[in-house]
Each structure stands twice: as C-alpha cells, then as structure tokens.
Design a binder for this molecule. Structure first.
Ligand code: NPQ
Ligand code: MG
Length: 383
C-alpha cells in the first residue's frame, strides 16, 4: 500500500454474465441457491503504449435477499449510470483505481457494482506494474487459514456428514448457517462431532429478533468464535444489546457497509468482530480502511465470501493476508462451490490453508475457453 501505481487510460470495458452451477444447493436463512449468476467486468487499459486487461467480479446475488443489490440491477446501474460517469470523467486523461470511488461518489449505494469496476481497474494497473493485490494492499502472510461455510440442513445426520467431509478436506474452521428452528440442536451436534478444539461459528443472515437474546445465549456453552449478523442490518442498537446479553462475540456482516459506519458500530458496542467483504463496502480499498480502523480499535477481522469464482477468491486471499485478519475467513477451495473454475488454476486448500497469490494483479489467468462456455451474455460498453 501507499506505493503509487502507474495511472492508466481507459481503453475498453466489457460486461459478462456467467452461469455457474453449484456443486450442491446452498441454503441460508434467506433461501436456497443452486446456481450462481455472476456479473464480471473486463477493463482494458493502457499506459505507455502497453495495453492490459483487468478483471472485476460483482458479488451481487441474483435476488436482493442478502443486500438490496441484485445482479440485473448491478448490470443496469453500471451500464446506465456508473460507467458513463467514469468514462465522461476520465476521457482524454489517465487515472488511478483509487479515483474510481471518488468519481462514483455522487451516486448513492450500489457498493457491489462500484467495487467490481474499481477491482477491474486495480487488477489492470497491478498487472502493468507487476505487483500483486496482496503486496499492494499491505499483506504480511504468505498463506491464510481456510474456513468453510455450511448451508442449513433439515436433517442433522446429513449436516454431520457434510461437516465431516469438510473436516476431512482440511478446513480449519466451520461456519454453520442458522435460522430459528435450525440452530441450538444443530450446533450441539456439530460441536460434538468436531470436538472442543476446532473453531466453530454461526451465521444467521439477519434471521433473529431483538427479543431472541436469551435464546441465542443458549449457544454460549458451545464455545464458538462468534455469532454473525443475528439481527436485521439496520439494527445496530439491537446488536449492541445482544452483545451484552450473549457471551459469544457478536460479529457484523450485512450491517457494515462503510468505514465510518463500522467505526460507529464498534463505538456503540455492536460489533465485537468484523466480517469484511470488499463488495459489500464498495471495494478493496475501502476494505483496507476498515481493516485499519478495526486494528486500531483491537477488533478482530476476517474476510467473508460471496461464493465468488477464482477471480474474487484470489483477490480476497490477497486482502485476507493483511495482519489484522486474525480469524480464518470464508475463502475456501474453488471446489467447495464449483466443479470447475474460470481461472486456469483453481484455488486450492492445502493443509487447511490457501496460498496468497504472488503473481501480478489477481495472480490468476482466465480460462477463456471455459469462461466462454459459461457466458450467458456479453455487453461491450461504448467509450
Ligand atoms: C454470508 N456467504 O456470509 C454469505 C452469504 C451468501 C459464504 O456464507 C449463493 C447462495 C450465494 C447463498 C453468497 C457465505 C451466496 C449465498 C453469499 C450466501 O453471509
Ligand atoms: Mg454472513
């Protein structure tokens, strides 16, 4: 970080929609998903006569169930608002990825769409400068511990079989999705299966209410790392009250959408641990600011996941190598979700860890033949 990158001129932008089948249905408190409909941004930039492509992955889901953004909406706002503004403001001049957030700041919301654009520009600049995401963001680790997120299962036997499979794969931390009716018993059974020493946590994706404090306190006996986002995203006060009622640390995900909001949630006692997702906060550069402010306040952070392809997964691995990421993240192997990835080398978990990419930019090459085979539409943006 702080090493300036060569500024670049925008050459071309292409949006691609891809359809990736999941290896198994993924159920959360907001629904079941069987396929991932993903929007990718390819930015072609040049500097000093050299032209290079950078890639960004928009983490918006197909429906506005996790957050207000959804993939058709993200595509629409990119095509009709964000990209025309970026193009108008950079025509005839060079610029930096760090300028993207400023240029797009007049537009409210749409952090996932903005993040994907910034990411594509940043990847291209880093490839030109032959620097990796990790190096640029300030990484200190060469590998990161890998956690896995396990969907809600109706049957506890099925849940235990799934968890055992991930333990056998070497994951060092289990995260269970929970909702009212699939919580205490499920956690008890999994804790019994994995033993007292394996790190365990849960994620409610906003499924509980303020009045559920006593119910959630029943999870304390299972010695978990954290309870993620029990209450609706706007309910910061409710999370602060829960943090007093429940011994297990309260971690926010959906509620954290900016650095200033994160600082406030910490100040109010609502955020004892932070899940950092670059898409949710508007980009990798904002994510680093949140990391820094959490470190300054002694709040542990970890890197969340949005069921990304290798593109997003590689960038997340670079971010999660920063020193404040002291808890295992949701950066699992490509095969956790996809039979085949769109990068030539899938992300792998070895000894429970993912290697931090060191090659320029994201550090991975696109498997163009496979990418083409999963592409459902392509839009070339007029410059
Ligand atoms: C979370 N992610 O931490 C999210 C939510 C999420 C890895 O648990 C398809 C189906 C894509 C469900 C992306 C994880 C999804 C999804 C993200 C859930 O809250
Ligand atoms: Mg979450």
């Amino acid at each position: 970080m702080n090493v300036p990158l060569p500024h670049v001129r925008l050459g071309a932008i292409e949006l691609r929609r891809i359809a990736m089948p999941l290896v198994s249905p993924f159920r959360t408190s907001f629904g079941v998903e069987r396929d991932r409909d993903i929007l990718l941004v390819r930015a072609t930039v040049d500097a000093d006569g050299t032209s290079v492509d950078g890639w960004g992955e928009c983490v918006a889901l197909a429906d506005p169930t996790y957050s207000p953004e959804y993939v058709d909406g993200a595509q629409h706002v990119m095509v009709h608002q964000l990209l025309p503004r970026l193009i108008a403001s950079t025509t005839g001049r060079t610029f930096d990825a760090a300028d993207v957030a400023t240029i797009l700041s007049p537009f409210h919301g749409h952090p996932m769409a903005k993040a994907a654009i910034e990411m594509a520009i940043l990847d291209a600049q880093l490839r030109l400068a032959e620097r990796s995401f990790a190096e640029h963001l300030g990484a200190t680790a060469t590998r990161i511990p890998s956690g896995v997120s396990v969907g809600i299962h109706d049957s506890i036997d099925d849940l235990l079989a799934t968890v055992q499979g991930y333990v056998d794969d070497g994951y060092v931390r289990i995260k269970l999705k929970i909702e009212p009716g699939s919580d205490i018993e499920h956690v008890a059974a999994v804790r019994d299966l994995i033993g007292p020493d394996m790190p365990l946590q849960v994620d409610a994706n906003t499924a509980y209410q303020r009045t559920d404090g006593r119910h959630l306190a029943a999870l304390d006996e299972f010695q978990m790392l954290l309870i993620e986002q029990p209450l609706p995203e706007a309910d910061i006060l409710g999370h602060a009250r829960l943090a007093d009622e429940v011994e297990t640390p309260i971690c926010l995900d959906e509620s954290l959408v900016s650095a200033s909001g994160t600082a406030d949630a910490i100040e109010l006692g609502a955020c004892e641990i932070a899940n950092i997702k670059p898409g949710r906060v508007g980009g990798y550069l904002e994510a680093v600011k949140i990391h820094d402010l959490c470190v300054a306040r002694d709040v542990p952070v970890w890197c969340g996941g949005m069921v990304e392809t290798g593109i997003g997964r590689a960038a997340n691995a670079g971010l999660a190598a920063l020193p404040g990421f002291t808890l295992p993240g949701d950066i699992s192997a490509s095969t956790r979700f996809y039979a085949r990835d769109i990068v030539t080398e899938p992300i792998m978990v070895i000894d429970g860890h993912v290697a931090v990419p060191t090659a320029p930019g994201l550090g991975f090459d696109i498997d163009h033949e496979f990418l083409d085979s999963v592409t459902t539409s392509t839009i070339a943006i007029d410059l």
